[in-house]
Write a protein that binds this ligand. Structure first.
Ligand SMILES: Nc1ncnc2c1ncn2[C@@H]1O[C@H](COP(=O)(O)OP(=O)(O)O)[C@@H](O)[C@H]1O
Ligand SMILES: [Mg+2]
Length: 337
């Protein structure tokens, strides 16, 4: 089957053959893992890197005429906020593609809109307030400390550090100003939910299959640090080792709780209009309340990461997992989303 893998790249001048060479060198990128899996599954794969021009993307797609596009774009022109545009263009040109539609990519990126949609669907979310760029943070009295301050539109814990957690109004004002200045966007301020942090991957559409839950564990309970997934806690391997921060399969959840979490995640998946796959991040409090923190329509699909590991535990080795996503994209209704 002809499959185009579309992704954002720092080498927009490269063509398929250049990327194929990089593939052979075992370069570590999620899209290369995906492409290698598709090749291993016997497909005719064409790699298309996008930076800040749509012309070359469209020319190559129109020429190659893929049966489906594997959309691995996480931004456009270096801006993660424009992630939704590529899916929009694929849709406008009538290409079938894997993953979520532009609406889901757009809404899920906005941490405030996401929470409003989830609340409408009865999903429990942390109480929050949003402060536009330049606006002084005046805390609504209903919001209780500790609070966490985040950029409204980033992901991958960009802009999230230990200092994001604030315990008084002065620090709140200061951190909101920091987000405005550094990220040039609104800040969202949420009540900090203490509890276990779980990541639930889902694959499918009408009745998405929840994958085994992954938990982020913090090795040192007495460190005094807030137990949150800061940028460093997610991406700095050395720091993770030192702090004994690990992603493990969640243990000890009752069958009833597992079912409840899976239902909440499915509701969140549909509420945001996700397609084919996604990941819901949540917190489980000591008194068994489940709070959804985030819905990720475009989670990291690299080998040996949360989604891939969870899929493997569910019996889908990586190549099969990637194939499953393609199959989901081809078998769902393409009425337009
Ligand atoms: N309201 C909250 N309560 C507790 N922890 C939070 C809250 N919001 C964010 N965090 C912590 O920060 C991490 C990143 O926040 P998230 O909203 O998922 O942003 P990103 O899109 O960058 O992943 C979460 O995984 C969690 O550990
Ligand atoms: Mg997150």
């Amino acid at each position: 089957m002809k499959i185009a893998v579309v992704f954002d790249t720092l080498h927009p001048e490269w063509v398929d053959a250049d990327y194929k060479r990089a593939l052979e060198e075992q370069a570590e990128e999620a899209e290369y893992d995906v492409a290698r899996a598709l090749l291993a599954n016997g497909h005719d794969v064409h790699l298309i890197g996008v930076h800040d021009r749509l012309g070359p993307l469209l020319e190559q797609l129109l020429e190659f005429q893929p049966r489906v596009v594997f959309n691995s774009c996480e931004g456009f022109g270096g801006h993660a906020q424009h992630e939704y545009v590529v899916a929009g263009v694929l849709e406008m040109y009538g290409f079938r593609y894997t993953g979520s539609p532009p609406t889901a990519l757009l809404v899920a990126r906005n941490k405030s809109l996401t929470k409003k949609v989830l609340a409408y669907h009865g999903v429990r979310i942390p109480a929050f307030a949003e402060f536009a760029p330049g606006e002084k943070a005046v805390r609504p009295s209903a919001l209780r400390f500790p609070l966490i301050v985040k950029p409204l539109l980033e992901d991958a814990s960009v802009g999230i550090a230990q200092a994001s957690v604030v315990e008084d109004d002065a620090s709140l004002t200061e951190r909101v100003r920091f987000v405005h200045e550094k990220f040039n966007q609104a800040a969202i301020v949420e009540e900090l939910i203490e509890g276990r942090e779980l990541y639930v991957g889902l694959v499918g559409n009408a009745a998405p299959e929840p994958l085994p839950f992954v938990e982020l564990t913090f090795g040192d309970p007495d460190s005094g640090a807030h137990r949150i997934a800061t940028y460093k806690a997610k991406w700095d391997e050395e720091y993770r080792k030192r702090k004994r921060i690990r992603n493990v399969f969640a243990k000890g959840l009752s069958e009833q709780m597992t079912t409840r979490i899976a239902e909440i995640c499915t509701t969140a998946f549909h509420a945001l209009g996700l397609q084919d796959y996604g990941r819901v991040d949540l917190r489980l409090t000591h008194d068994d309340e489940v709070y959804v923190l985030e819905v990720n329509p475009n989670p990291f699909l690299a080998r040996e990461n949360e989604m891939a590991d969870a899929a493997e535990k569910a019996g889908m080795a990586y190549d099969r997992f990637v194939q499953r996503i393609v199959d989901e994209a081809l078998s769902r209704d393409h009425g337009g989303a």
